[in-house]
Design a protein around this ligand. Sequence first.
Ligand code: GDP
Ligand code: MN
Length: 392
Amino acid sequence: MKIQEADAKSLLLAQGLPVPSWTVARSPAEVGTAAETYFRAGAARVVVKAQVLVGGRGKAGGVKLAGSPQEAVEVGSRILGMDIKGITVRKVLVGAAVDIVKEYYLGAIIDRAARRITLMASAEGGVEIEEVARQNPGAIHRVSADPLLGLLPFQARSLGLAIGLRDPLLSSFVAIAQGLFAAMKANDADLVEVNPLVIASESGADGKTTQRLLCIDAKITLDDSGLSRHPKLEALRDLDEEDPTDAEARRLGINFIHLDGTIGCMVNGAGLAMTTMDLVKHYGGEPANFLDVGGGARHETVRGAMGLILADPNVNAILVNIFGGITRGDEVAEGLIEARAEQAREVPMVVRIVGTNAAEAAEMLRKANFVTAASLDEAAEQAVALSKGVAQ
Ligand code: GDP
Ligand code: MN
């Protein structure tokens, strides 16, 4: 689950990271009110940033500076309603603009092969890290944390040294890197990224300028499987931007992942779902989705799952493969019959149901004129043929 920059910043603040304060605004008037507050507090400029769950907002024109409350309102009204990579901007972040001396990249990811959290840093900040990885991979420095010991201070320090930081900023970097690691662990995140982490120049009341590190952007992706351990984080889900299919799958309690093929698959059990997809490919077809209805699926769930499959216009054949255990064949058959009664377009379907109450299911499907198959191989082969328009 991706969360908005403003929410990611809250999670970083909770770990003690230096994040400049911000206000979320949903209308030009709210942008103006927020901007006035920052100008009154002494800001020379404010920054207005689109809150959308995609990267590269700056390049797309979704990050702008303004020198007065009026200008902030103008900039805000331009950004609100803007389309960034297919997403309409509904809210913006407003804050005092930072005087940037230099931009760095700092991120934490899970290195699945090493089974560790890896921290990455680069002196080439502000640009997308994938771009740096392509053009200048040597500019990305990494350390990986021991799962038991955590990120040790010397590791964080070596990372800071590698990107050219020296004390007193280096000590601050060590604390930030450790805070990033802590944010990763505390929230079961998959990714925590600060890009850019900047050296900010600030002038004090005495006219002297000082430099310090600030996190001016934040991106956090939470591990969906870890969310049950953090009920409060569920509230950060941005329903404005959630794919309606994903929302419906979550409501139904099924695992659904959209793919690019043409054969809709409905299966119970993740392993069986993968096997089914393998067989579809083996017979020359392409699965349109991964769908695990779970154990003990009721007819309503099956009906809902069929709705998700049919919502994909690329689907031109459906393969149902159920291995009944806790899941009852007759319950699945009932769901399929209900789904077909309400479906808007005709899509050929092959059904294979074995296990608990398979005989009852077979009888129900026969009466309703469904195409059934006895084995998974046969079912997959038929589904591929149907998808290619070959009559069976
Ligand atoms: P992204 O493009 O979606 O990653 O959005 P960022 O928050 O990273 O902003 C993009 C760029 O805008 C940054 O790399 C900075 O160069 C610039 N920027 C963002 N906030 C400020 C700010 O407060 N002051 C200044 N001077 N530049 C900023
Ligand atoms: Mn950024």
